[in-house]
Design a protein around this ligand. Sequence first.
Ligand SMILES: Nc1nc2c(c(=O)[nH]1)N[C@H]1C(S)=C(S)[C@@H](COP(=O)(O)O)O[C@H]1N2
Ligand SMILES: [Mo]
Length: 261
Amino acid sequence: MNAPLPKLPHPDSGAILREAARRASPWSRRQFLRDMLGLGSLTLLTGCDIVDGMSAEAALGRMSDFNDRVQAFLFDPERLAPEYPERMITRPFPFNSFYTPNVPEKAPVIDPATYRLAVTGLVDAPRGWTLEELNALPRVTQITRHVCIEGWSAIGKFTGVRFSDFLRRAGADLTAKYVTLRCEDGYATSIDMASALHAQTQLTLMMDGVPLPRAHGFPVKLRVPTKLGFKNPKHLVEIEIGNDYTGGYWETYGYNWFSGL
Ligand SMILES: Nc1nc2c(c(=O)[nH]1)N[C@H]1C(S)=C(S)[C@@H](COP(=O)(O)O)O[C@H]1N2
Ligand SMILES: [Mo]
């Protein structure tokens, strides 16, 4: 780490440093943080004094917040993710999950008859939606690319309710900051309201013309083609509208919260 340090934080410095620290083994991670301390660079980049590893972590967190704010500022709600022709659909569509073993057989089994999608927080009247109610709403279809942070991408055809329509019908406060998405398998993530209201953000009920297969999020997932795959929660059970930052599963392990494409 002998490169001259920039005077002002580069918009990506938080993401770069966090990624570097995350990739390092526990030992080299400590060494990495110590090197950074030695150079005084974290103080320079974050304006906060660092005395130990814990505050270095806090500083990295602060830079990630900064990175989130830059991305949120740069996010253009009018810009659309590319859409593709049917012939480019990836079949079979890859599977991924946070659980071990990472196999589709471990995906949650949900009974469509008793399933409820709870909409909570800043809404006119919090309540649970049945699958029948969700299936009765007007639908749209998109063929978009899902990009996983682990280094693969796939094109899929997703059919469901435009999320902005759903939020309006649910009586959500559209001026709230965050939408938190909780899943049957314990997975969770949260997104900014501008991304929630984006024209292509979809409460997805079908994939490739059939009801969402169990492995891919039955009965409902949120498709957010303007964000990385881990911001596309499967097996949704709760949508909470609020103004407090709630993070998410991978976000806790250092993945950048905004993760726009
Ligand atoms: N409930 C839930 N949603 C999830 C995940 C998960 O483990 N559980 N993994 C995320 C990640 S990292 C990816 S890449 C995609 C994978 O979706 P797929 O299996 O349909 O490809 O789901 C995302 N949403
Ligand atoms: Mo992913």
